[in-house]
Design a protein around this ligand. Sequence first.
Ligand code: ATP
Ligand code: MG
Length: 160
Amino acid sequence: ADLTAYLKDCAEDMQFDMEKNGIRLTLELSSQDPLPVIIDREKLKRVLTNITENAQKYRDKKEGHIRVFVVERPEFVLIGVHDNGQGIPSDVLPHIFDRFYRGDPSRSTQTGGSGLGLAIAKQIVEEHGGKIWASSRYGEGTTVQFTIRKADQGERRIAT
Ligand code: ATP
Ligand code: MG
């Protein structure tokens, strides 16, 4: 699949609902060129949805902004999702990919959820041979990043 076109489609799908909720979504591609990758479209959509859903849920009062960025490396592509939301306390951060783990219950009861979103995202990324991790500054925002494999040269001809 061509990641460039795929992400544009995904962003378009998500933009409408986000803007209704007062959140701006921007997609920062490193280039407009086709970027052949090996992905299961449905599953990668689930990864992006679970991450951006959190970015929408764990926001604070200020104008919401979600930035999806793409970095191409020789061996893989990195996709990052940055939000300017609540951020994650450093003692919580190591657990967010665990099954059924949820942060601070006081805010969790307001927002609801089962603590599975990121565990599912992790499982899918790892099935695709990638890695996923997060960094955050409490009170400032969060960035979740994951890698996916590029199609190799032989597959590249077919994929593009
Ligand atoms: P579910 O996704 O199943 O509805 P959930 O959102 O609580 O529930 P995860 O998506 O796995 O579960 O996230 C785990 C925890 O990580 C959340 O409860 C929240 O505390 C924290 N978290 C995840 N993403 C963010 C984010 N972008 N900003 C702040 N906190 C986050
Ligand atoms: Mg979630």
